[in-house]
Write a protein that binds this ligand. Structure first.
Ligand code: AP5
Ligand code: MG
Length: 192
């Protein structure tokens, strides 16, 4: 059982690398951003209430995402492991996550922080925005706003895991294969 928090600024490659890690280790992947976009696309009540947060690049309320993850963890206790992508994103979420994991007899093993220079992040998201259909990819203003939110509210979550001795950073600049190899090296070094 291995539980990985995949962390980093918007566009750093969390979703890309999570898909590869899922395949490589045969573990699960959950992205709170994808869960929210799923609700929006299905037009659920929760989706409709989340639309404006996403479109403005603001964080959804803690209680909403914490509830989503609590349900997910409780219904995936028997899996081989899981990659948490885009969660936790605030200190309150990180604290709640520790409790949720403990209540389910689980724990986070490590956080992998994928670090990419800011201008590369903007470039990647603008490129994806041409056909992603994501409301929060549509303009450079919103993309830069998401980066501001990351620095103001999310970056501090790295300290939370540093204090627990679970923080590892990898260079996210390079090809997708290079970044993947760097992440695998970190994970495998812990498994030994
Ligand atoms: P979320 O869906 O989590 O988006 P994000 O964190 O902004 O990150 P992205 O999904 O845009 O990027 P990524 O890191 O996954 O990179 P990707 O692999 O796609 O969250 C969206 C919104 O939902 C939030 O703003 C918030 O409103 C809400 N939300 C979600 N979680 C929340 C939470 N916990 N609390 C509150 N609100 C929450 O890669 C990006 C692009 O780059 C792709 O096109 C990819 O092909 C390309 N790429 C990847 N790797 C490379 C590489 N090595 N070289 C070149 N290009 C690359
Ligand atoms: Mg993503």
């Amino acid at each position: 059982m291995i539980n990985i928090v995949l962390f980093g600024a918007p566009g750093c490659g969390k979703g890309t690398q999570a898909a590869r890690l899922k395949e490589h280790y045969g573990i699960e992947h959950v992205s709170t951003g994808e869960v929210i976009r799923g609700h929006i696309n299905r037009g659920t009540e929760l989706g409709n209430s989340m639309k404006s947060y996403i479109a403005q690049g603001k964080l959804a309320p803690d209680e909403v995402v914490i509830g989503m993850i609590a349900d997910y963890v409780a219904s995936h206790k028997e899996v081989k492991g899981c990659i948490y992508d885009g969660f936790p994103r605030t200190t309150a979420q990180a604290e709640a996550f520790d409790k949720i994991m403990e209540e389910n007899g689980l724990s986070v093993d490590l956080m992998v922080d994928i670090q990419v220079p800011e201008e590369e992040l903007v470039k990647r998201i603008l490129l994806r925005g041409k056909d992603s259909g994501r409301a929060d990819d549509a303009s450079e203003e919103v993309i830069r706003g998401r980066l501001d939110v990351y620095h103001a509210q999310t970056a501090v979550v790295a300290d939370f895991y540093t204090k627990q001795g679970k923080y590892f950073s990898v260079d996210g600049f390079g090809t997708m294969d290079e970044v993947f190899d760097r992440i695998v090296k970190v994970i495998d070094s812990l498994k030994k």
